[in-house]
Design a protein around this ligand. Structure first.
Ligand SMILES: *Cc1c(COP(=O)(O)O)cnc(C)c1O
Length: 501
């Protein structure tokens, strides 16, 4: 039950007129609007993670209408809702044509990148078990692979074999990937590009090694696939190496539509070499008293709203439209990378091939997380990425078409330069080494409630999980903790925020 603990907002309801029933709709919507006012904007390009704005007039209205028309349709049963099959086949066909598929390519529409990655791993595990008799499967991952693959390994019982990346390019050495493949390998993953640094893994070399070893190879093109697939139709993207299903040895590929397809959230496509491979990930059940079940995804009941909205947006923007949007993003990305390199104290990590930027500090006096706080105060959200796996602390920027206007790029660079000056004056956040040593001695598995409370307090987290406006001190502590301890404490923070009222 959702119950408001706050008085209705000032801009709230009008008194109902005589004879008019008060359904409370104005009040309800006003409450939602008031809540949203405390969030960051999803439009305008200043929130540079999580949200994607093409800046196209009328697109939101079209997507909302399509979503509403299908919100109640249940993608669970194609015999009752055959239109869902038509929409899904059309979307999968578009993705396959864009990303190196052919007549044998099969695919599935999923709720997002995480579900696509989960299903790629589940499919590979089942393929390895059924075809190769692998009972203790391994998942080979460069350390830059998305966290969704670790979630998959955790949920589906695979052992992760990590491959390090070069500290400058942030891509794995193909020879190291090859060496990690063995008889227990169910799947190896290459990112095109990686989320954290926006760099392309050597897909062709990794896929060739996989083919030679007789194991499956998944390309995670969740964030960059739709963008790069269109960019390479232009002269600017012509030099990109092949990264898709056309590469020999690549057996599956994920591409999110709710990222650079600019569709409403809940839309991704998972492509497979063929329907036989795809079938390994499906679940069928006919021995319970209810309806016969065939699930291609993790969901049961599945709103067709995101599917219809995605189809409408793809149909409206079209190949030429996406190519134009990709070019706009490409130019903005190039201008931003060049501009950031010119700011004293900042540098761009790796050689981002796509629309993402990881910005690190050039010297110790500039704390990236303090820069993020300063930028937030100036109306920008840059996403903090704590140091890990050889990558220093940095800020992630997802550049979308709405941010590509010259005015926005210039404003971002100017505000960033000012933020660095202020961060330098502020100085870096330092974590007490004694605290770090004490934390290092803790066993994350054996922390009692009191120790958790104490640790959260030291990190600056309130008893109800409240986080301070300036996050740099919290992030500094988080980054200094052993990852297992951080993974023990972070859910405690979230758990304190989410509670029934
Ligand atoms: C976003 C992303 C994912 C996960 O997708 P969600 O839609 O956030 O679930 C997986 N891999 C990469 C490379 C991504 O950028």
């Amino acid at each position: 039950m959702i119950r408001s603990t706050q008085p209705p907002p000032a801009s709230g309801p009008q008194e109902p007129q005589d004879g008019e029933a008060d359904t409370g709709e104005d009040r309800i919507l006003a409450r939602l609007r008031a809540l949203r006012a405390g969030d960051l904007p999803v439009k305008g390009g200043r929130t540079m993670a999580y949200v994607y704005d093409p800046g196209l007039a009328g697109l939101d209205e079209l997507a909302a209408a399509a979503h509403a028309a299908y919100a109640g349709v249940n993608g669970l049963d194609m015999t009752v809702f055959p239109s869902v099959v038509v929409l899904e086949n059309d979307i999968v066909g578009r993705a396959a044509r864009l990303l190196g598929g052919d007549a044998t390519t099969a695919g599935t529409f999923t709720s997002g990148g995480t579900e696509s990655c989960l299903l790629a791993v589940l499919t590979a595990r089942e393929h390895a078990r059924v075809v190769r008799g692998v009972t203790r499967p391994q998942l080979v991952l460069p350390v830059t692979a998305h966290a969704a693959f670790h979630k998959a390994a955790h949920l589906f019982g695979l052992d992760v074999v990590s491959v390090p990346v070069d500290p400058v390019s942030f891509t794995p050495d193909p020879a190291a990937v090859r060496a990690a493949l063995g008889p227990r390998t169910a799947l190896v993953v290459a990112s095109a590009p990686s989320y954290a640094h926006g760099v392309l893994d050597p897909v062709a070399e990794i896929a060739a090694a996989a083919a030679e070893a007789g194991v499956l190879c998944h390309v995670d093109a969740c964030i960059g696939g739709w963008y790069l697939g269109h960019l390479r139709r232009t002269g600017e993207g012509a030099g990109l190496p092949a990264f898709d299903l056309s590469v020999p040895g690549v057996t599956s590929l994920s591409v999110d539509l709710h990222k650079y397809g600019y569709t409403p959230k809940g839309a991704s496509v998972l492509l497979f070499r063929d329907a036989g491979l795809r079938r390994h990930g499906w679940f069928a059940h006919a021995s319970w008293p209810g309806y016969p079940v065939v699930n291609a995804t993790l969901q049961g009941t599945k709103s067709a709203g995101p599917l219809a909205a995605a189809w409408a947006v793809l149909e409206r923007v079209g190949t030429e439209g996406y190519t134009e949007l990709a070019l706009r993003v490409h130019h903005a990305h190039r201008a931003l990378c060049a501009g950031i390199e010119e700011i004293d104290g900042l540098r761009v990590l790796g050689g981002p091939a796509a629309s993402l930027i990881a910005v690190a500090a050039e010297d110790e006096d500039v704390d990236p997380f303090v820069v993020a706080d300063e930028m937030r105060a100036a109306g920008w959200y840059l996403q903090p990425q704590p140091a890990a796996a050889g990558s220093p602390a940095n800020l992630h920027l997802t550049v979308t078409a709405a941010a590509a206007g010259a005015g926005t790029v210039r404003a971002l660079l100017d505000d960033l330069a000012r933020a660095v000056v202020r961060a330098r004056a502020h100085g870096p956040v330092r974590v007490d080494p004694a605290l770090v040593a004490a934390a290092g001695a803790l066993d994350p598995e054996r922390l009692g409630p009191q120790e958790v409370e104490q640790a959260l307090g030291l990190a600056g987290v309130g008893p109800d999980g409240a986080l301070p406006e300036r996050m740099a001190p919290v992030l500094a502590v988080l980054q200094a903790l052993p990852p297992r301890l951080a993974e023990r404490l972070l859910p405690e923070v979230i758990g304190r925020r989410y509670r029934a009222v």
